[in-house]
Ligand binder design. Structure first.
Ligand code: MN
Length: 753
C-alpha cells in the first residue's frame, strides 16, 4: 500500500534545453540530494567512496543521454537514491547503483572497479551487467524466462544484485513515458510478470505496489485512468470518513498513554482493480478503498504487548470481523513482515482494514527485510536465508525445464503461508496447498520417502491430504514403503518432487537391469540377430525412448511380445531387400513421415483403390469430409472439403475433383494440428500434455509454445485416428485450467499444397 504519487511530468527532448553550465549545476544538485538520503551511514570514509563512485560514473557516462534528452547520469543517481532511500541499502549498494550501467555501456572494466572499490562491489556490478546483457540480447520469451532464472541465481551470491536491479527497474518504469510504445508494453508486462512478484517476495511492498500500478498504467491505460479519476473524485469524502473514524481511536490511545501515528491510506490502483475483477464489481462497490495504519513508538520489549493493547482498544470501539484477524507478529511472514491486521465495522456499515505495528516493524514492511537486517546490522536473517536457500535448491535441480521452473517459482512467490505443528508442538511454515507428504519431506527426506500417511488431530488422513492452517500433524511411516509415480501429483515442493523422480528413476533402472536377461532370452527364440541394431529397431517400433525401457517393461511383464515379433520380422524382411507392404502393418507414426495407408481412401460410389497423398495444408483425417484432386501425372491429393486450397484449385484450374470417402477399419494415425490460446497459468503445459499423452494416450509429434505478456499460445501436432478422437481431445483440452480457446488448425490463407 502506498500513496499513488502523480509523477512530475518527465522532460522531453524538446523541453530539455539547459546550457552545459546549468546541466553541471543540476547534476551537482541531484548528487547532493542523494547524499542527503545517505546521511544515516555517511561517515567520512563512506562519503569519500561515494564521491569517487559518482565521479567515475559521471565521467564514464559523460557523452550519453537518456531518451528524454537529459544527461544519462541522472539515471544512476536516481537508482542510487532509490537504493538508499526506498530499499535501505548502505554504502556498498549506493556505489554499485551509481556504477550499475558503466561496465555494460561504457569503456569501464570490472578490473578497474575492483581496483577502486574492491571485490564485493565488482561482483555486484558483474551480476548486474550479466542480467542486463541477458535482457537486451533476446526478445524470445522462453529465453527471457531462462534469463530470469539465471538472474535469480545471483540471489545466491549477493541479494543486493536483485535489489539494485529492482531499483533500476523502478526508475525505468517511472520514466517509461519516453520509450516507444511497443517497448513500453513489453517492459510493463515483464514488470508485472516478474519484477513485481519478486519485490513482493522480498518484502518490498511499496515498490511492489508502485511497479504494479505503473505496469497497469501502460497495459490497461483506460482502466488505470478511470480508477485514478474516481479516487480523486471521492477523495474528500474518503478523507472525511477517515478523520471521523480515527478521532475516537486517537483519544483512546492518548488516554492509555500510547504514542502512535495513525493514518489512512488509499489502496493501490492495481489492488483495487484486482478486487473489482475478482468479485466482478464496480469501483463504487469496493468497500475497502483504504486502510488505516497505526504505527506505535514502542520500545522493542513492549511492542508486541502494545500492539495487542491497541487491538483491544480498537475492538472496544468498533466490532471486528473475527475471520479477518491476522497475527503476523507472533509468526512473521517468511519475508520478515510483522504486523497485526484486523478488519472492523466502521460508521455507515463500512468494513475498514486496520494494520497495527511498531515503527521498527513498519521499517521492515516498507523496505523489506533484506535491506533492513542483513546489510545494515550485518546479521543474517534466518527466514530470509531459508527462502534464498529454497530458491537456490529449485535453481540447482537439474530436472527442471524453464517453464516448470517458472510455474513453481511463481507459485512460491505468490503462495500464502500456513502454519502447521508437529505432535511435539514444533511449528512449521508451509506454502498453502502443501500436502501431508510435503510436510514429511520438509521434516526429513527419508521420512518423506517412507511416508504412508498422517494423523491430523488424531484422525488418519492419506498422503495427499491438503494441510490446513493450524493442523497438528503426525507423519506415519513404514520401512517397506516405496514412492510411486502418483506421488508427483500431490507433492508441491521442487525438492521433494525431484527426490521422488530420482527414486523412481533408480527403481526403474534396477528393474531394467533385472529384466535384461529375461528379454534377451526370449528374443533369442525369435531371431538370431540380437545386436544393438535390432534392439534399437524394436524399441523404436514400440515407441520407447530407449532399449533399457524394453528390459524394464519385460521385467514388469508389460511388454507386448507380438509387437516385438512384428518388429523382428520387419527387420528380417528388410534385410532381404524386401519392403513391407504398407497395408500389412498398420504402423505407428514415426518421425516426420506421414503414415499413409493407401487403401484407406476410396472413391465415392466405388470400391476402387487409388494412390493418393494427404494435402499438407489441411491435414484431413478420417471422419472429415474429403475431396480428391487428381494431380497431373501422379497421385490424387486429398483435401478436406472446406479447405481453401481445394476450393481455390477447384474454382480456378478446372480440375476435376472426386468425392472420396474413408475406408473405415484400418488402424492408422494421422497427423493433425491443434492450436491453443490461454493465459500463461501455472501448470498449463503439464495440464495439456497430461490430456494428450495420459488421458488420451496419443502420440505428440511436436509442441511449440509462445508465451508472451502472460498470454500463452501453443501449436501441437498430434497423431490421431479420426474426427471422433479429435473432438474428444478438443473437448478435454478446453477443460484444462488456463486454456481459453482450442481449435484445430485450419489454414485460412491459401498456400501451395
Ligand atoms: Mn540502468
Amino acid at each position: 500500500m502506498y500513496f499513488y504519487k502523480v509523477q512530475k511530468p518527465t522532460l522531453t527532448v524538446s523541453s530539455w534545453n539547459l546550457t552545459p553550465d546549468e546541466e553541471i549545476k543540476e547534476i551537482a544538485k541531484r548528487y547532493r540530494s542523494l547524499l542527503k538520503t545517505c546521511r544515516p551511514f555517511l561517515d567520512k570514509a563512506n562519503r569519500k567512496l561515494i564521491r569517487r563512485a559518482f565521479e567515475i560514473a559521471v565521467d564514464a557516462h559523460k557523452d550519453m543521454r537518456r531518451r528524454s534528452g537529459e544527461p544519462y547520469i541522472f539515471h544512476p543517481i536516481e537508482v542510487a537514491r532509490i537504493t538508499a532511500e526506498e530499499i535501505g541499502l548502505g554504502t556498498t549498494g549506493v556505489i554499485a547503483a551509481l556504477l550499475h550501467d558503466t561496465v555494460e555501456d561504457t569503456g569501464l572494466t570490472l578490473g578497474e572497479i575492483e581496483n577502486e572499490f574492491g571485490n564485493v562491489v565488482a561482483r555486484i556490478i558483474d551480476g548486474l551487467t550479466k542480467i542486463s546483457g541477458l535482457y537486451n540480447k533476446s526478445s524470445d520469451s522462453t529465453q527471457q524466462l531462462e534469463n530470469f532464472r539465471k538472474m535469480l541465481l545471483t540471489l545466491a551470491d549477493d541479494i543486493r544484485v536483485i535489489l539494485i536491479k529492482l531499483a533500476d527497474r523502478l526508475h525505468n518504469m517511472r520514466t517509461l513515458d519516453n520509450m516507444p510504445s511497443d517497448k513500453q508494453l513489453k517492459i510493463a508486462h515483464e514488470t508485472s510478470y516478474l519484477f513485481a512478484p519478486l519485490a513482493h517476495r522480498l518484502g518490498l511492498y511499496n515498490i511492489k505496489s508502485e511497479l504494479e500500478d505503473l505496469a497497469l498504467k501502460y497495459i490497461e491505460p483506460e482502466t488505470f485512468r478511470s480508477i485514478v479519476r474516481k479516487l480523486q473524485e471521492t477523495k474528500s469524502k474518503r478523507d472525511r470518513y477517515i478523520r471521523d473514524f480515527i478521532e475516537p481511536l486517537h483519544k483512546k490511545l492518548t488516554e492509555a498513554g500510547l504514542q502512535a501515528e495513525i493514518k489512512g491510506r488509499p489502496k493501490s490502483i492495481s489492488s483495487i482493480l484486482h478486487k473489482m475483477k475478482k468479485q466482478n464489481i464496480e469501483f463504487e462497490e469496493v468497500y475497502d478503498l483504504f486502510a488505516i495504519r497505526i504505527i506505535l513508538d514502542s520500545p522493542p520489549s513492549l511492542e508486541k504487548t502494545d500492539c495487542w493493547q491497541v487491538y483491544a482498544l480498537i475492538t472496544d470501539q468498533y466490532q471486528p470481523n473475527p475471520n479477518r484477524l491476522r497475527d503476523w507478529i507472533s509468526t512473521p511472514k517468511i519475508n520478515g513482515y510483522e504486523s497485526l491486521h484486523t478488519t472492523v465495522m466502521g460508521p455507515e456499515g463500512k468494513w475498514v482494514e486496520i494494520q497495527i505495528r511498531s515503527r521498527r516493524m513498519n521499517a521492515v514492511a516498507e523496505k523489506g527485510l533484506a535491506a533492513h537486517w542483513k546489510y545494515k546490522d550485518q546479521d543474517g536473517d534466518p527466514a530470509l536465508d531459508a527462502w534464498i536457500s529454497k530458491v537456490r535448491e529449485m535453481l540447482e535441480s537439474p530436472q527442471h525445464n524453464t517453464m516448470e521452473f517458472m510455474d513453481e517459482f511463481k507459485l512460491q512467490l505468490y503462495s500464502k503461508e500456513i502454519f502447521v505443528f508437529t505432535p511435539k508442538g514444533h511449528l512449521l511454515k508451509m506454502s498453502a496447498g502443501s500436502t501431508a507428504l510435503d510436510m514429511a519431506f520438509e521434516i526429513h527426506t527419508e521420512l518423506g520417502l517412507k511416508c504412508i500417511g498422517a494423523k491430523v488431530h488424531h484422525k488418519l488422513v492419506p498422503l495427499s491430504y491438503v494441510l490446513k492452517n493450524g493442523d497438528q500433524v503426525e507423519i506415519l511411516s513404514s520401512k517397506i514403503q516405496e514412492p510411486g509415480p502418483d506421488w508427483l501429483d500431490f507433492l508441491t515442493t521442487a525438492k521433494a518432487k525431484n527426490r521422488v523422480r530420482q527414486h523412481l528413476r533408480d527403481q526403474r533402472r534396477k528393474l531394467a537391469e533385472k529384466g535384461q536377461n529375461k528379454f534377451l532370452d526370449k528374443l533369442q527364440t525369435m531371431t538370431t540377430e540380437v545386436g544393438e541394431d535390432m534392439l534399437h529397431r524394436i524399441a523404436f517400433h514400440l515407441g520407447l525412448p530407449s532399449v533399457s525401457d524394453l528390459y524394464y517393461l519385460s521385467e514388469i511383464n508389460k511388454i507386448n511380445w507380438s509387437e516385438v515379433q512384428q518388429a523382428v520380422r520387419r527387420k528380417y524382411r528388410k534385410s532381404n531387400g524386401d519392403t513391407l507392404p504398407a497395408e500389412a502393418s498398420p504402423e505407428r507414426p514415426n518421425g516426420d513421415a506421414l503414415v499413409i495407408n493407401h487403401p484407406s481412401v476410396w472413391m465415392d460410389g466405388s470400391d476402387r483403390e487409388f494412390r493418393y497423398s494427404l494435402a499438407p495444408c489441411c491435414n484431413p483425417i478420417p471422419g472429415d469430409e474429403i475431396v480428391g484432386i487428381p494431380q497431373p501425372g501422379s497421385e490424387m491429393l486429398v483435401h478436406r472439403q472446406n479447405c481453401l486450397n481445394a476450393a481455390l484449385t477447384h474454382s480456378t484450374a478446372h480440375h476435376r475433383t472426386i468425392r472420396t470417402r474413408w475406408n473405415k477399419g484400418a488402424r492408422v494415425a494421422f497427423l493433425t494440428g491443434i492450436q491453443l490460446r490461454g493465459v500463461d497459468d501455472k501448470g498449463i503445459i503439464s495440464g495439456i500434455s497430461r490430456v494428450i499423452t495420459e488421458e488420451m494416450q496419443l502420440n505428440m509429434r511436436s509442441i511449440s509454445v509462445l508465451s508472451e505478456d502472460g498470454i500463452f499460445e501453443g501449436q501441437i501436432m498430434v497423431y490421431l485416428e479420426d474426427t471422433q478422437v479429435l473432438q474428444d481431445l478438443l473437448r478435454r483440452l478446453r477443460k484444462v485450467k488456463g486454456v481459453h480457446k482450442v481449435d484445430r488448425i485450419e489454414k485460412s490463407t491459401p498456400n501451395e499444397a
